[in-house]
Design a protein. Structure first.
Length: 124
């Protein structure tokens, strides 16, 4: 796979991820993450850890940023690709938080999937 094709595929994956968390579309998130993905975060010095299944239930049971009248302002800061692995840094402001995500990606059977999500809230 050519590098530019990988970049486009990862950007599409991240757009699907953004739609999933912004609109509360859990089917989008299920499509983005590998089945055994884990999430770890630092929320104002409180450690956070969930499986992908727990995370999807959390998204399903909360009001989405869209439902709360927020404007989608999530963005990709950078993508670094080495062969079948990649790292994406994202800015994900929503729900009163100023999140930054680091997504570990792996190309599984020709399809990019999020295998790990690290995130933190940066207080301005």
């Amino acid at each position: 796979m050519m590098y530019q094709d990988c970049v486009r595929d990862i950007e599409r994956l991240i757009d699907t991820y953004f739609e999933g968390i912004f609109y509360g579309k859990t089917s989008n998130l299920e499509a983005c993450f590998s089945a055994n993905a884990s999430l770890y975060g630092d929320l104002n010095s409180v450690e956070y850890s969930e499986s992908i299944d727990e995370y999807i239930k959390t998204v399903e049971n909360r009001k989405s940023p869209y439902d709360l009248g927020e404007t989608q302002s999530m963005s990709i800061i950078g993508i670094d690709i080495l062969g079948k692995i990649a790292m994406a840094k994202l800015h994900v402001p929503m729900l009163g938080f100023n999140y930054y995500d680091y997504l570990s990606l792996f190309c599984i059977n020709g399809e990019w999937k999020i295998v790990n999500k690290l995130f933190t809230n940066v207080i301005l």
